[in-house]
Ligand binder design. Structure first.
Ligand SMILES: *Cc1c(COP(=O)(O)O)cnc(C)c1O
Length: 446
């Protein structure tokens, strides 16, 4: 895969951290940008390609974050760059609601083809993941004539008013930002590491269904919104059978099942969509992040008949489905197919699993290793008996990695999860090197 790269796929640290150029930028930033927009790294990017990000002082970082699961094809994938350059030279914007263009239609066709389910589908394009989730809820409410929306413990769906309400974690996402949208109900998630060891997916689904029936009433529920693998909440993979049981119950009750695949979609887990692992065909799927090689774009895709209930003009937005973003999405999807990034995600899983699985047995603070494809995580605990969350361990591991040239993200309701989201375009050697640093960091912290 060497010819894929423009930049050397190496870790290179030049000395001071952050370097003088980034320090100066940091000072300008403090005077211009509020601290409420926080950055994980104090270094400023000037270039990125494949599995590396280069900062303003010439340091080259191994990227295990992909700008939060966005740059799966890399941050400057050749086809995406070329498509963007060509598209932008023609027109930056017309507004699809004013003068439509082919790129939007072509992306919708691709989404209808790639998302799970062989039924008739439609797609609408937006800008951000949160906007896609909001619109999926709008569609479900219009289609069912019901109000209630069911979401899960540990869920993350965005930062707008409705999606804050859908999101579980108070700080930093919701604290001080209420009042929140009404008619949102939170129910238990299947969390195999923390549920009773004997509880299987079906039983976990029944626990959830009981709460919905007793506390909400299924006849009031418009939609269930679920991340097939929870992202910000801690890369929680529900027990096998949980999702299918919920979906078939929802179908019986006329409830729209929305899979939020904003983080788990587009080859991230080794399939186009994580729902496919359990043969689930969501009524609506929300996508964003990995969809367009880093350009802002999101979508709601799903059953044609659900969209029929929404009045003309009811969905849209000035920028939704921007022509340059659409060109980028088509090129990114082509790149995913050409480079077979589903296979790459599984190869990444193989490499990472070989390096990290032994740590669960060996070290008491490593409670769990989980995930699928290139969406993998370690949960840190005080000890394996109490399973008390250990956020400082996760933070210290991330800091160790940073000191050794590896950019890594934490997550989880308790902040005790280190998550791996490498670009799928990262070469094996760099990933292996990054894993060796991560393992050394975990041993150091343990
Ligand atoms: C990131 C994320 C969102 C929100 O996407 P934005 O583009 O940040 O608005 C929604 N759902 C999930 C599952 C996400 O991971």
């Amino acid at each position: 895969m060497v010819e894929m790269y423009r930049l050397p796929q190496d870790i290179k640290l030049t000395g001071e951290f952050p370097g003088p150029v980034s320090r100066a930028l940091g000072q300008r930033r403090s005077a211009a940008v509020p601290a409420s927009v926080a950055s994980g790294m104090p270094v400023y990017a000037v270039d990125a390609d494949g599995g590396v990000i280069v900062d303003a002082d010439g340091n080259s970082w191994a990227d295990l974050g992909s700008g939060i699961a966005v740059t799966s094809v890399g941050a400057s994938a050749p086809k995406v760059v070329q498509a963007v350059q060509e598209a932008v030279a023609h027109f930056t914007h017309t507004c699809f609601m004013v003068t439509p263009y082919e790129g939007y239609v072509a992306v919708a066709e691709k989404l209808n083809e790639l998302t799970p389910g062989n039924f008739e589908k439609r797609s609408v394009l937006f800008n951000s993941g949160a906007e896609a989730v909001e619109n999926a809820v709008k569609i479900a409410r219009a289609a069912t004539g019901r109000n209630a929306v069911v979401v899960f413990d540990h869920a993350y769906h965005g930062r707008t008013n409705l999606t804050m309400a859908l999101t579980a974690k108070a700080a930093p996402y919701k604290k001080g930002f209420g009042p929140f949208a009404p008619e949102i109900y939170r129910v238990p998630m299947s969390y195999p590491y923390r549920d009773e060891p004997t509880m299987d997916g079906k039983e976990a689904a029944q626990r959830t269904i009981d709460v919905i029936e007793k506390q909400i009433g299924s006849e009031y529920v418009a939609a269930i919104v679920l991340e097939p693998i929870q992202g910000e909440g801690g890369f929680i993979v529900p027990a096998e059978g949980f999702m299918p049981a919920l979906v078939s119950w929802a179908r019986e009750k006329g409830i729209v099942f929305i899979a939020d695949e904003v983080q788990s979609g587009f080859c991230r887990t080794g399939k186009w969509f994580a729902s496919e692992y359990e043969g689930v065909e969501p009524d609506l799927v929300t996508t964003a992040k990995g969809i367009a090689g880093g350009m802002p774009l999101s979508a709601v895709t799903g059953r044609a008949e659900l969209f029929e209930k929404v009045q003309p003009g009811g969905l849209g937005g000035t920028y939704g489905g921007n022509p340059v973003s659409c060109a980028a999405a088509l090129a990114a999807i082509e790149t995913m197919q050409e480079w077979d990034l589903n296979a790459r995600a599984l190869r990444i899983e193989e490499i990472v699993t070989a390096k990290l699985t032994p740590l669960v047995e060996e070290l008491d603070i490593v409670g769990d290793f989980r995930g699928r494809g290139a969406m993998l995580a370690l949960e840190f605990v005080a000890d394996s008996i109490s399973k008390a969350p250990h956020p400082t361990a996760a933070k210290d591991v991330a800091a160790y990695c940073r000191d050794h040239g590896v950019l890594i993200l934490t997550c989880g309701t308790y902040g005790n999860v280190v998550r791996l989201l490498p670009p799928l375009a990262m070469p094996d050697e760099l990933l292996e090197q990054a894993m060796d640093i991560l393992v050394a960091g975990i041993r150091d912290v343990a």
